[in-house]
Design a protein around this ligand. Structure first.
Ligand code: PMP
Length: 401
């Protein structure tokens, strides 16, 4: 099947890589950017920059307006109740660190923080370190064979001592949607705070904060076909009010003395220092672009590509898939073949896939693996990318086995 992507031509970076002989299959790490995002970046930078929320001059007002317009677009895109619920950060990792510091005062020794075995380091280490600082127990929800969080075990492990649940929406290793509705209900039954890592999930299904009903949700612009250096933290009104300030400086305060200060409420109180102004403005363009896509067509294209990826991997002897990925990516291991050798031979043939622990080292250990190879798809990939990958894989395996 040809499986041509109707969006491919909008991505100059992808075409540049192709002209260099590179097949980009690493969009779960970071995505290429459409022309409209590059245009927005250049228009702002070339049009005269200014800092935001500080100056009364025209360029300052213009930059602030454009910056705040992205906040409104992000609130709409996430179906939040208002733009005050959106904090700009550097990315998902910073959003999660903000939460681990901002919620610290609410978590008492002896309580439990619940995560899952599938978490990316970004949604593990901030909680692990917080648990150590405050004398809490970190509870790790086990996975079923497919790679989903085991709901029976979750019902047993989430209990009256659970103060916070932090799980990913879509695993960057196992490619499965987690059963968030059930997990959030379990956590809420014990009045625990809820945090969703949407770094991968936001890319493949439009997030809806009102339907989801979590307290906090994080995602990164660079995976959403937007610029790097900016992420979103959504915090539901009442949850937002509980956050303690965590980084200090710049315009995040109301009043300061040498020995004391009063801070602004969210969102600005959580955006210390000069933010990534150009990236935030370009994120606005990325969100407009995402809004304009035919979601059903994107989902159908991604599903067809993913089906082809799985079928091709499953057809090859000795290839073992990690879990049962539902979309976007597949991680695999080849019997008798070292990941690093495979990575080397694939990259020599111009195949850009990711090999290693995928920032989920404890998960790899639990699966008994030193690492795995991950192929991940963007909406700009097409059937020819997969064909090139499989030709290269066959050649590499011929040499290695
Ligand atoms: N969570 C998941 C599931 C991820 O895949 C990633 C990025 N690989 C992150 C968190 C961290 O995102 P960032 O590097 O943009 O902070």
């Amino acid at each position: 099947m040809a499986l041509n992507s109707p969006w491919r031509a909008e991505f100059p970076g992808l075409l540049a890589l192709e002209a260099e002989g590179q097949t980009y299959l690493d969009s779960a790490a970071t995505a290429q950017k459409p022309q409209v995002v590059l245009d927005a970046l250049l228009a702002y930078l070339a049009g005269g920059v200014a800092n935001v929320h500080r100056a009364q001059h025209l360029p300052g007002e213009r930059a602030t307006r454009a910056f705040e317009a992205t906040r409104s677009k992000a609130a709409q895109w996430l179906n939040a109740l208002g733009s005050d619920e959106i904090v700009f950060t550097r990315g998902s990792t910073e959003s999660l660190n903000l939460l681990a510091y901002g919620l610290e005062h609410l978590l008492q020794p002896g309580g439990q923080i619940v995560i899952s075995a599938a978490e990316h380091h970004a949604n593990l280490l901030p909680w692990q370190q917080l648990a150590k600082r405050r004398g809490l127990e970190l509870v790790v929800l086990p996975l079923d064979a497919a790679g989903g969080i085991d709901l029976g075990e979750a019902a047993r492990l989430i209990g009256p001592r659970t103060r916070l649940l932090a799980v990913s929406q879509l695993s960057n290793v196992l490619g499965r949607w987690q059963p968030l509705t059930e997990l959030l209900a379990l956590a809420k039954a014990h009045s625990a705070l809820t945090v969703i890592d949407g770094a991968q999930g936001a890319v493949h299904a439009r997030p809806d904060m009102q339907a989801l009903g979590c307290d906090f949700y994080v995602c990164s612009a660079h995976k959403l076909y937007g610029p790097d250096g900016v992420g979103l933290l959504y915090a539901r009104g009442e949850a937002l009010a509980k956050l303690q300030h965590w980084q200090f400086g710049g315009e995040m305060l109301q009043d300061a003395d040498y020995h004391d200060a009063r801070f602004r409420p969210a969102p600005l109180g959580f955006e210390a220092g000069t933010p990534a102004v150009s990236a935030v403005i370009a994120l606005g363009a990325a969100l407009d672009w995402l809004n304009g896509l035919d979601q059903a067509a994107v989902a159908a294209h991604e599903a067809a590509l993913h089906g082809e990826l799985l079928a091709g991997l499953q057809a090859r002897a000795g290839v073992r898939l990690l879990g049962e990925p539902q979309l976007a990516l597949a991680c695999f291991q080849v019997e008798g073949v070292h990941n690093a050798d495979l990575a080397h031979l694939l990259s020599e043939q111009g195949i850009a896939v990711r090999t290693g622990h995928h920032c989920a080292m404890p998960l790899m250990k639990r699966l008994g693996l030193a690492g795995a190879t991950r192929v991940s798809l963007g909406l700009y990939n097409d059937g020819a990318d997969l064909q090139r990958f499989f030709v290269a894989l066959d050649k590499a395996l011929e040499l290695l086995r």
